[in-house]
Design a protein around this ligand. Structure first.
Ligand code: SF4
Length: 335
């Protein structure tokens, strides 16, 4: 059987080092980038430039399309919401808004009528792994090839990643896909290969220098990680840095919150999960909790990110545990 080497590129430092490592190894490989629709424009520019900077292969660009799911959702809401007594004007408004925008992250949230959260992180599967699997990996596996999925994860990144082996037999089918496909995946010959697994972060940057390849300039502008801007797992200091340097991305999310709230039954959906709200004294179940976006939306979280005292953080345990047994951990699709 022939091996197919597939390198996942995200535009971050680790996946760039991975791409360089694959070039250095001299094996034929394909590189793939999943456009979530929530990346910084510098990341898109960087990924487009990478083959030219390195002499490496073109990077295949994949993008999830949720048109079919949105059509089903429109049909569901038209039929079910009126029967549940929901005001027809609200139903009509939701149906009118549930149209594909072409932005995968936004369309995913419109379809789900909510944003992902640390405990329900469907974004990685739906915007990254499924489109990569369908466009690149599945056709190779169905031809009987052995998939070697190169992943730029490192032990020191997190507790969840600290136990990952360098080479591991995997089921290549993303968790969110139907059970029948997952079962078929058990029989495919697929391996995760993690050549950077014991590298330290300094080695990753040094490797860029050795190859005379710049890293994504977001790292020089206060960003500790490259990926969605912002990520739903964004930490307090990172959110502050984004709001100061890239306020357009905060405004973008605020617009998304308004849209997704309009299609949600409760009329409120926030990028950062309300149940993780670090400002909650009495819990969101408390009577009189202010559900307005002004109180719960991203602009309110930005204001919180400016505070220096209080020690209030998102649910630290949830954040710590959220990488275990997830696509993010198994595939390292998010930095
Ligand atoms: S970077 Fe964050 S928001 Fe984006 S897909 Fe990964 S976990 Fe989700």
């Amino acid at each position: 059987m022939t091996m197919a080497h597939i390198v996942s590129v995200s535009g971050g430092k680790d996946s760039t080092a991975l791409y360089l490592r694959a070039i250095e190894r001299g094996l034929p490989f394909r590189a793939v980038f999943a456009d979530t629709g929530n990346e910084h424009e510098w990341t898109y520019d960087f990924v487009r430039a990478l083959p030219g900077l390195t002499g490496g292969p073109e990077i295949e660009w994949v993008k999830a399309d949720f048109s079919r799911q949105l059509a089903k959702k429109r049909d569901y809401i038209s039929r079910v919401w009126p029967a549940e007594g929901i005001d027809q004007a609200k139903v009509d408004r939701a149906v009118a808004l549930l149209q594909p925008t072409g932005n995968p992250f936004l369309d995913l949230c419109l379809w789900k009528t909510r944003f992902p959260s640390s405990k329900t992180r469907f974004c990685t599967d739906e915007t990254k792994l499924v489109p990569m699997f369908e466009a690149v990996q599945r056709p190779l596996l169905e031809q009987g090839m052995i998939l070697i999925s190169w992943q730029g994860v490192r032990h020191e990144e997190s507790l969840a990643r600290s136990g990952l082996p360098r080479l591991q037999k995997i089921n290549p089918v993303p968790y969110s896909m139907p059970a029948a496909v997952r079962r078929a995946g058990e029989k495919w010959a697929a391996y995760a290969y993690r050549p950077l697994i014991d590298w330290k972060v300094e080695e990753v940057f040094a490797y860029h220098r050795r190859h005379n390849v710049p890293w994504n300039k977001l790292y020089d502008h206060g960003m500790g990680r490259v990926g969605c801007m912002p990520c739903i797992m964004c930490k307090k200091d990172e959110m502050l840095a984004i709001s100061q340097r890239f306020p357009d991305h905060i405004d973008k999310v605020a617009e998304w919150e308004t849209l997704v709230s309009e299609v949600s039954k409760r009329g409120n959906s926030t990028f950062f999960n309300v149940t993780d709200d670090p400002l909650l004294a009495n819990g969101w179940e408390a009577e009189g909790y202010d559900w307005s976006l002004a109180r719960t939306g991203i602009h309110a979280r930005v204001e919180w990110s400016k505070t220096t005292r209080g020690g209030l953080q998102y649910d630290a345990l949830a954040l710590l545990q959220s990488d275990f047994n997830t696509s993010c951990n198994q595939w390292g699709a998010c930095e």
